[in-house]
Design a protein around this ligand. Structure first.
Ligand code: DX5
Ligand code: ZN
Length: 214
């Protein structure tokens, strides 16, 4: 699965930019609050506008403090997947329960420097594990290959039947890095600059998908 990140899109033309990635599996939306990460993007009103304007399932990546308070609103608005950061969540399993009760998939994200082991049991409450392959906050950064160990560890647990999560990766995914991530077992690839930096974003999605499938 390929999830273009609109962080790399032209925010003045969000409707056209969303239409430009027709055929994508998920539309990845980075919500940043200027506190959890040193950048500020968009919030619920803009996500609601996007939701009413696209058939692509929307994948909300909340890089915010106090997701315990805010996450459920994105699920209620109709997002397909709502992901919170384990470093910011007060009661992650309660957040997951609330997101699921509102009809969305629940995702848990970990920053590059955060280990997976302490959270393995927590993952039983979640549908998605979002492994960050850059420090969250900005697009266009270089892929950190070390995080693939966490992908492999999660996929081993899935294969052993101990875990049932879709593994998503976010940051620095492009034609040079996607195959390595695919070999590690990633199920869903977020790509911002590699998609919106291309002349034809929909074609870039198809090409990335083909590379991930080889
Ligand atoms: C970074 C965001 C990413 C970002 C990825 O904090 O979570 O989703 O858009 O951008 P690229 O693909 O350019 O690294
Ligand atoms: Zn993201």
């Amino acid at each position: 699965m390929i999830a273009p990140s609109i962080l790399a899109a032209d925010f003045a033309r969000l409707a056209e930019e969303t239409a430009a990635v027709r055929g994508a599996d998920w539309l990845h939306v980075d919500v940043m609050d200027g506190h959890f990460v040193p950048n500020l993007t968009i919030g619920l009103p803009v996500v609601q506008a996007l939701l009413s304007n696209t058939d692509i399932p929307v994948d909300c990546h909340l890089m915010i403090e106090d997701p315990d308070r805010w996450a459920v609103g994105y699920a209620e608005a109709g997002a397909h997947n709502v992901t919170v950061h384990v470093e910011a969540a007060g009661d992650p399993s309660k957040i997951a329960k609330d997101i699921r009760a509102a009809g969305a998939r629940a995702g848990l994200s970990i920053k590059p420097g955060t280990p997976l082991e302490p959270y393995v049991e927590l993952l039983a409450h979640f549908d998605t594990l979002l492994v960050m392959s850059v420090e969250p906050g900005f697009g266009g950064q270089e892929f950190i290959p070390d995080v693939l160990d966490k992908v492999r560890a999660a996929k081993r647990l899935v294969a052993a039947g101990e875990l049932s999560v879709l593994v998503e990766i976010d940051g620095g995914i492009n034609a040079e890095t996607i195959e390595r991530a695919a070999q590690a077992g990633v199920d869903c690839f977020v790509a911002g600059s590699a998609v919106y930096g291309a002349d034809d974003p929909a074609e870039a999605v198809r090409q990335l998908r083909a590379m991930a499938d080889t």
